[in-house]
Write a protein that binds this ligand. Structure first.
Ligand SMILES: NC(=O)c1ccc[n+]([C@@H]2O[C@H](COP(=O)([O-])OP(=O)(O)OC[C@H]3O[C@@H](n4cnc5c(N)ncnc54)[C@H](O)[C@@H]3O)[C@@H](O)[C@H]2O)c1
Length: 246
C-alpha cells in the first residue's frame, strides 16, 4: 500500500521534467496517487506525464486565470470524481531589488506567484470541504522566510503565500482540509536558468550544507504533506533548505 494510494492529486507548473512539480508528480504516482500534471499554455508536459505512466495525465492550466481553474477542476472532477491533493507549485523568478522593479514587473510576479495560489485554493476548497478531506500544499520559498538578500517582488509574493496558507488552514480546519507550505532553499531546477559550473559551485559554497537541493528532495516533503502521515499538520511552513535559514 503506497503512502497516497487512491488519492487524486493536481499539480501546477509541472510541465518541465527537471522541475519540482514533475518531481512531486513522480513521487506521488510512485506512492499510489493518480496525478494530474498541469502547466501554462506553451509548456507541454504530455511527455512528462507519459513517462510517469498510466496514472498520470497532463492538462493545460494557466494558474493566473480563474476561468482556466474552473475548466480544469471541472474536467478533473468529471474524470476522476474527486481532488484530494493540490500542489500549488507554479511560479516565476525576478532577480530585481526594490529600486529596479517596475510596477508591471511587480504585478506580474504577484499574479503568477501569489494570485495563482489564491485562485487554486479557492477552486478546490469547496470540493475538499464537501469530501470532508483534502491537503493543499503551496510552494513558497526561503524568500518567504527572510528579507535579506532576496529579490523584492519575489519575496513579497512568497511572504504572502505563508499568510494565505495560515488563513486558509484555519478556515478549512473544521472540514479536515489541511493547508501547508514548503519553503525550499536553492533547488537545482529550470528556474535557475543555465548557470555556469563555476556559478553553481559558488551558489553551493554559499550554503551551510555546501550543496544545492534537488527537486526530489522537495518532492519528498510534498509527499509527506499529501499523505495521511501528516494528518495533524496544518498551517505550517516547512523550510526545505538544509539550514539555509536556520
Ligand atoms: N528553484 C528554486 O531554487 C526555488 C526555490 C524556492 C522556491 N521555488 C519555487 O518552486 C516552484 C517551482 O519552481 P521550480 O524550481 O520547479 O522551477 P520551474 O521554473 O521549473 O517551475 C516553475 C513552473 O511554473 C510554471 N508556470 C509559470 N507561470 C505559470 C502560469 N501562469 N500557470 C501555470 N504554470 C506556470 C512554469 O512553466 C514552470 O513549469 C516555484 O513556485 C518557485 O518559486 C523554487
Amino acid at each position: 500500500m503506497g503512502m497516497v494510494e487512491g488519492k487524486v492529486a493536481l499539480i501546477t507548473g509541472a510541465g518541465q521534467a527537471k522541475g519540482q512539480g514533475a518531481a512531486a508528480a513522480r513521487a506521488l504516482a510512485r506512492e499510489g496517487a493518480t496525478v494530474i500534471l498541469t502547466d501554462k499554455p506553451g509548456v507541454d508536459g504530455a511527455s512528462v506525464a507519459k513517462d510517469i505512466g498510466k496514472d498520470a495525465t497532463f492538462l493545460y492550466l494557466d494558474a493566473t486565470s480563474e476561468q482556466s481553474w474552473t475548466d480544469v477542476v471541472s474536467t478533473v472532477q468529471a474524470r476522476f470524481g474527486r481532488i484530494d491533493v493540490l500542489f500549488n507549485n507554479a511560479g516565476m523568478w525576478l532577480m530585481k531589488g526594490l529600486l529596479e522593479t517596475a510596477l508591471d514587473e511587480y504585478q506580474s510576479v504577484i499574479l503568477v506567484n501569489q494570485t495563482s495560489v489564491f485562485l487554486g485554493m479557492k477552486a478546490v476548497a469547496g470540493i475538499m470541504k464537501a469530501q470532508g478531506r483534502g491537503s493543499i500544499i503551496n510552494n513558497c520559498s526561503t524568500s518567504g522566510l527572510i528579507g535579506r538578500g532576496q529579490p523584492f517582488a519575489y519575496a513579497a509574493s512568497k511572504w504572502a503565500i505563508r499568510g494565505m496558507t495560515r488563513a486558509a488552514a484555519a478556515e478549512l480546519a473544521p472540514f479536515n482540509v489541511r493547508v501547508n507550505s514548503i519553503c525550499p532553499g536553492i533547488i537545482q531546477s529550470p528556474m535557475l536558468g543555465n548557470p555556469s559550473e563555476e556559478r553553481l559551485q559558488a551558489m553551493a559554497a554559499s550554503l551551510p550544507g555546501g550543496r544545492l537541493g534537488q527537486p526530489d528532495e522537495t518532492a519528498a516533503v510534498v509527499l509527506f504533506l499529501a499523505s495521511d502521515a501528516s494528518s495533524y499538520v496544518s498551517g505550517a511552513d516547512i523550510p526545505v533548505d538544509a539550514a539555509r535559514t536556520a
